[in-house]
Design a protein around this ligand. Structure first.
Ligand SMILES: [Zn+2]
Length: 499
C-alpha cells in the first residue's frame, strides 16, 4: 500500500530495478563481427538485447539451493553442457561443475565462494543461456566454444549461500583457506584447479556497495584485481596476462559505465585463493560487483557481469587483449570508501540545552526475519559531524531542520486488526517510528509493508543519536515533519502523490 503524500525510496519494483542502470553511453555497432573491435567491445550490444539471455527466477539476491539445483538439473538435458558433481559441501550439499566448449584453452569460473555474494551466480546462469541460444552473436559464441573449454562452478559455498552469509557452515572464510584446505569447499576448488590446469581463472565476488572510485563522488560498480602472487607483487607472465585482460575490460567499461570502475586492493593475502591460484601459474582475474543506486537486488550489475564475461571469453578466444598496455591497468583508480546509504545534510540536534549542526551518515543493514524466509532492514547511524568529504546513495539537505530520535507509539495494538497498516501510517505522521503489538509474531508481509518498526510482545527498543546506534530518526521543519529514516529507509514528507 503506497503511503499517500509520502515519498519512500525503498522497496523498488522489479521494473525499476531492471531499468536502474542507464546504458545510454554505449554505441551500437556491428563491428564486433569484423576484425576491428569497437572500444566498448560487445558489452553494449549484449546489454541491448539482454532479455533473451535472462535466466528466469533469479531476480533476488537470496537464491535458494533448491533453485540452483533445479537450474542445474534442467541443464542435464542440454547436449552441449556436461554436468558433473564436483563434490559436496560440509552439510553435504552438491557443488556442480558445468563444462562446455571443446577448445584447448581451459577457463575456470566460480561464484559465491562467499555465500552472500550472489551477483556472479545469476550472471553465470545468464552466460550459459547466452552461449546456448542462437542469434546474431553466433560468431562470438562459436569463437568461444571452439577455442575454449569453460568450466563453471556456480555457488562454491552452498551452505553459506543458504544462510546468506560470507562463511561456510563451519564459519570458515573459504578465501582464507587456500593453504590449509580445511573446508571441503576449498578442497573442491583446489582439486578442480589441479585437474583442469586452467590458463585463465575468474574469481567472482561482490564487494561492499559503499566503495567509491578514487577521489571521485562515483560509487564503484565493478572492481578488478590481477591478484599478486607474492609480497613484492611481482609481475609474472601469468599475472601480466591477467592485467592485460583487465585493462581490456576496463577500456570497454569506460564506454558503458564511465568513472564507476575501480581497482581492488592489491595487498598480497597468502591465504586467499586468487593470490594462490595466480601463484600456481594460472592467470587469475578477480571481479567484484559493487553497488548501484536503486538496484538493491543487483539486477543491473548481474547483466553487466554477464556481458563482461562474454567480452572477456571472446577476447581470450581471439587474443584481442594481449596488446593492451599495463599502464592502462595501473591507471585504474583504487576503491575508496566515501559512501553512506543515506546522508542527511545540515540537521540541528539539541543536546544539554545547546544546539549543534551536523551531517548524518546512515547505513542500511539486512538481517534475517526470525519467523520467515524473508529479511528485514535496519538503519545504523554510522557517522555524524562534517561529512562534506562523503556522499550518500540518497542525500537530503534538511536546511537546518531539527533532528530528533525515534519514538515508540504509546499503547499496544493488534497486527491482526484490519486497520493496522493504515493506523501505522497515521502514527508515522504523528512522529512515531515504532509500534508495540500484542502478538509474538507478525507476518513478514505486514512487517515490510508498514513504515514503522514493529515491536512484538516483550520486545523493547531504545533510541539515541550516537554513532553506532540504530538510526530511526525524525527531522522537523517548525512543527511539520520534513523527513524520517526508519528501518534504513528515507521517507520524505510533503510530496504530492501525483509526483
Ligand atoms: Zn567475496
Amino acid at each position: 500500500m503506497p503511503l499517500r503524500g509520502i515519498r519512500w525510496d525503498g522497496g523498488l519494483s522489479k521494473e525499476q530495478c531492471r531499468n536502474s542502470i542507464h546504458w545510454s553511453r554505449f554505441r551500437w555497432s556491428t563491428a564486433y563481427m569484423k576484425k576491428d573491435i569497437p572500444e566498448g567491445g560487445i558489452i553494449g550490444q549484449i546489454l541491448e538485447g539482454y532479455e533473451a539471455y535472462l535466466e528466469p527466477g533469479l531476480s533476488h539476491r537470496r537464491i535458494s539451493h533448491k533453485t540452483v539445483c533445479q537450474k542445474i538439473r534442467a541443464l542435464e538435458n542440454e547436449p552441449h553442457v556436461k554436468v558433473r558433481l564436483a563434490g559436496q559441501s560440509l552439510e553435504k550439499k552438491p557443488v556442480y561443475q558445468l563444462t562446455l566448449g571443446s577448445g584447448p584453452v581451459q577457463v575456470l569460473m566460480w561464484s559465491q565462494m562467499h555465500g552472500n555474494e550472489p551477483t556472479a551466480t545469476m550472471a553465470l546462469f545468464d552466460l550459459l543461456k547466452f552461449l546456448m541460444v542462437s542469434d546474431n552473436f553466433q560468431p562470438v559464441r562459436s569463437a568461444i566454444l571452439e577455442r575454449l573449454t569453460l568450466h563453471l562452478v556456480p555457488v562454491l559455498n552452498p551452505d553459506g549461500a543458504e544462510r546468506f552469509q560470507r562463511w561456510n557452515a563451519a564459519g570458515i572464510d573459504l578465501n582464507r583457506d587456500a593453504q590449509m584446505l580445511e573446508s571441503p569447499e576449498s578442497r573442491i576448488l583446489k582439486h578442480l584447479t589441479d585437474e583442469i590446469q586452467p590458463q585463465y581463472a575468474f574469481n567472482l565476488h561482490d564487494q561492499s556497495t559503499r566503495y567509491s572510485v578514487g577521489n571521485t563522488r562515483k560509487h564503484t560498480m565493478i572492481a578488478f584485481l590481477a591478484p599478486p602472487a607474492d609480497e613484492a607483487r611481482s609481475i609474472s607472465q601469468g599475472r601480466e596476462k591477467s592485467m592485460k585482460l583487465i585493462a581490456h575490460l576496463y577500456s570497454c567499461l569506460a564506454e558503458i559505465i564511465p568513472g564507476h570502475v575501480a581497482a581492488y586492493s592489491d595487498e598480497f593475502e597468502p591465504r586467499a585463493f586468487g593470490d594462490n591460484i595466480q601463484k600456481w601459474g594460472h592467470s587469475t582475474v578477480l571481479i567484484e560487483s559493487g553497488g548501484e543506486k536503486n538496484d538493491r537486488e543487483k539486477q543491473g550489475l548481474r547483466r553487466l557481469n554477464m556481458a563482461m564475461y562474454a567480452e572477456a571469453l571472446y577476447s581470450i578466444a581471439r587474443g584481442m587483449f594481449l596488446d593492451r598496455s599495463l599502464d592502462t591497468y595501473h591507471s585504474i583508480p583504487p576503491n575508496t570508501s566515501h559512501i553512506f546509504d543515506i546522508v542527511l545534510r545540515n540537521v540541528r540536534v539539541q543536546i544539554a540545552g545547546e544546539e549543534v549542526r551536523m551531517d548524518v551518515g546512515i547505513n542500511r543493514e539486512e538481517m534475517p526475519d526470525p519467523h520467515s524466509e524473508g529479511f528485514l532492514t535496519k538503519g545504523i547511524l554510522a557517522e555524524s559531524g562534517d561529512l562534506s568529504l562523503f556522499f550518500g546513495y540518497e542525500e537530503l539537505d534538511a536546511g537546518g531542520a531539527l533532528m530528533t530520535p525515534g519514538k515508540v507509539a504509546p499503547g499496544m495494538r493488534s497486527a491482526k486488526s484490519p486497520s493496522f497498516v493504515r493506523e501505522t501510517e497515521y502514527l508515522l505522521r504523528q512522529g512515531y517510528t515504532a509500534v508495540q503489538i500484542m502478538e509474538e509474531k507478525v507476518p513478514y508481509e505486514i512487517r515490510v509493508q508498514v513504515p514503522l518498526r514493529i515491536l512484538t510482545s516483550g520486545e523493547t527498543c531504545t533510541y539515541g543519536l550516537m554513532p553506532g546506534t540504530e538510526a530511526d530518526v525524525l527531522v522537523w521543519k517548525s512543527s511539520e515533519l520534513f523527513c524520517a529514516v526508519i528501518k534504513g529507509e528515507l521517507i520524505r514528507f510533503g510530496y504530492d502523490t501525483t509526483e
